[in-house]
Every structure is written in structure tokens, then in C-alpha cells.
Design a protein around this ligand. Structure first.
Ligand SMILES: [Mg+2]
Length: 356
């Protein structure tokens, strides 16, 4: 990935075909050509006025995410193929957060004249790859022109039985708070990309130094939604009482669970685990990796609660870490620092911090 990024930052000259030569219908045909429908619930995909879906006896979950160039992504160091993949991932992650199965997506985009057909092909190569990986069907969308860069909106549709769905609102005051994977990597990967991009802007002769940071770069540029957790929960015989995915940072996601469930929380600093590269990058930019986990966001891990009686079922699973417990609402939502020294109220910073 590091070498690929050097190429991006060096802005390689590539073949350019104007989108206007192809026209909107030509572009749609090109986007639709590689689509092979995989799901029984997709009766009709691209090619009519609407897609037709069939979900007998199921609950249907729907989520949308809107990404705009310059606000949510910087194409100087985000390859379009990665952007396409990630845009699908963030939607699939929301479906996973309901404990549902992703089935279909629609993709809508507004494109400015600076984008060639080759660059839109790259974007859709990432989208098609994600559809393959997550087993979802691309069933529709829209394309239009834009005056100011790229805007990308994806809607994802999924299914579950009502008894399988997990809402944000079911946490009880005695439940354990658990998280999948490790946190902070996506934010620290972004800091690395921003830093190297800035150095490159000042002196294009300097090649970006990205070696040894593959993990955090992947966390930022090619995050994976936790589609595996539904099966893991089922295998462990547990049903989370509440769940949310971590898109804006642990702190604000905990506060969402607390608010929707009307409970409080104690999050233990010493329970949070960090990847070696996160620790190294945090040290380089003089922050505590804890800050990256709490306020960084974009990790797309799952945060969930289970009854305390299920402690033995979750404590030894390699993908799950118990990081705290819920309390009565009156106790508030606090971080307990190492050794129980201090209790610090959690604050929702989320993307405000990334915005600076
Ligand atoms: Mg979410």
C-alpha cells in the first residue's frame, strides 16, 4: 500500500477519457456491466425505474451515508478505489451495528469535469470489490454533474428477524460494555497521511515515509465492516442488549448508547488495547493513543453491551474486549483512568475534532 500511495502523491499522469464522450447512459451501462446479482431478495436490480426486493417475513434495515470531497476525503492521498470500498464499508458497518445482514446498496454520485472516465472506473472498481466481499448487490443509484468536486452517497439495505435486531436502547445498568478489535488506528493513519502530504506539498522532492505503518494506513484507507460478528455472537450464544458501530470515536458512541438506553457507564482506560503501530504513531505526534480511540473515529468496530451473566462467554474471545460496564444513569458516563485514580466525564467530540 505504501508504494501505491507514493504513486498517488506523485500524481502520475494517466490516460484520460472525458465522461462527456460516454454520456450518462453510457456511464450507467458501464457501471452496471460487472454486476452479478447474488441475493435471493434482489428480484430486480439496475435497469428499471426501481429495484424490486423481496423479504418475506423479515425486518428490513436501511441506512445512508453521504461523503463530500474536501470534507470527508482528500483525493490527494485517498486512492479512488479505496474511497469506493470504504464508502460501502461505512454503510455495511451500520447494518452490522443492528445485527442484520447486508443485502443491497444503491450508489449516487455527483462528478465534476476534473474526473475522467478512468477515475470513475477506479471508484467503481472499489465499490464492486466491496460488493463482492460483503455479498451485497448494487441495485441502483444516480449520477449527475457537480461544479465543485465529488459527492458520493450510498444507501445500504439489510435484513434480520425482529428477535435478532439489536438497537442502541437495550442496555441495562448492570451490563458489561464490550468492543471488537482495536481502536485509534484509523485516526492515526489519517494523521500520518496528513503529515506526509503536508511535507510533500512543501517539497515534492521528498518521498512520503509510510513504511512500517501498513496497519494504520489500512485502518484509514481500507477499513472492514464487522460482518463476522453476527455469526460470532450466534456461536457464543449471546445476544447483545445494545449495539452501535464506532464511526465517530468511542466517546461519542458510548454516549449514544447511554442516552438511548437511559444508563450511565464506567469505561476503564487500562482495558483498552492498542496495536503496536498505533502506540508508535501516537508517540511520534505526541498524543496519548487513548485520545485517538476516544475521539478519532472511523474504526468501524462494534461497541455493544451484554448481561454481566455472560462475562465468561465474552471474556476469552480474541475479537472481543470487555472495556467497562454500564451503571445507573445518575452516575453519568466516565472514563476511569489507570489504577482507578480518576473519573473523567466522557465528552462527544467525534468528527468535530477531525475538522479542527
Ligand atoms: Mg452507526
Amino acid at each position: 500500500m505504501a508504494n501505491h500511495l507514493k504513486g498517488i502523491m506523485a500524481q502520475d499522469e494517466k490516460k484520460r477519457t472525458l465522461l462527456s464522450d460516454l454520456g450518462e447512459f453510457g456511464l450507467i451501462r458501464r457501471i452496471a456491466a460487472p454486476v452479478k446479482l447474488k441475493n435471493e431478495s434482489t428480484l430486480k436490480g439496475i435497469g428499471d425505474d426501481c429495484a424490486v426486493l423481496h423479504y418475506p417475513g423479515k425486518r428490513i434495515v436501511v441506512t445512508t451515508d453521504l461523503l463530500t470531497e474536501g470534507v470527508h476525503f482528500n483525493l490527494v492521498y485517498v486512492p479512488l478505489k479505496h474511497l469506493g470500498y470504504k464508502a460501502v464499508t461505512v454503510n455495511v458497518s451500520d447494518i452490522c451495528a443492528m445485527n442484520a445482514i447486508p443485502r443491497q446498496i444503491t450508489v449516487s454520485l455527483a462528478i465534476s469535469s476534473k474526473f475522467s472516465l478512468e477515475s470513475i472506473d477506479e471508484l467503481f472498481a472499489g465499490i464492486h470489490l466491496a460488493c463482492e466481499h460483503y455479498g451485497v448487490d448494487l441495485v441502483g443509484g444516480d449520477t449527475t454533474s457537480s461544479l465543485t468536486g465529488l459527492t458520493l452517497s450510498i444507501t445500504a439495505i439489510g435484513e434480520a428477524d425482529e428477535k435478532e435486531l439489536v438497537y442502541r436502547s437495550g442496555a441495562q445498568p448492570t451490563d458489561l460494555l464490550c468492543v471488537t478489535g482495536d481502536l485509534g488506528g484509523a485516526f492515526l493513519g489519517l494523521q500520518l497521511l496528513e503529515r506526509e502530504n503536508e511535507l510533500f506539498r512543501q517539497n515534492p522532492a521528498i518521498q512520503p515515509k509510510l513504511e512500517g505503518y501498513d496497519y494504520i494506513l489500512r485502518r484509514q484507507l481500507k477499513p472492514e465492516a464487522r460482518t463476522d460478528m453476527r455469526q460470532i455472537f450466534s456461536d457464543l450464544g449471546i445476544h447483545p442488549t445494545a449495539m452501535i458501530d464506532i464511526s465517530d470515536g468511542l466517546s461519542s458512541e458510548i454516549l449514544h448508547l447511554c442516552e438511548e438506553s437511559a444508563v450511565g457507564c464506567r469505561l476503564y482506560e487500562e482495558r483498552l488495547q492498542f496495536d503496536r503501530q498505533c502506540v508508535a504513531m501516537a508517540e511520534e505526534i505526541h498524543i496519548n493513543p487513548l485520545v485517538a480511540a476516544l475521539n478519532g473515529g472511523e474504526d468501524y468496530e462494534l461497541l455493544f453491551t451484554v448481561p454481566v451473566t455472560e462475562h465468561d462467554l465474552v471474556r476469552n474471545h480474541p475479537d472481543i474486549t470487555v472495556i467497562g460496564h454500564m451503571t445507573n444513569q445518575s452516575a453519568g458516563a466516565c472514563l476511569v483512568t489507570r489504577g482507578g485514580m480518576q473519573e473523567i466525564p466522557l465528552e462527544a467530540q467525534g468528527w468535530n475534532l477531525l475538522k479542527k
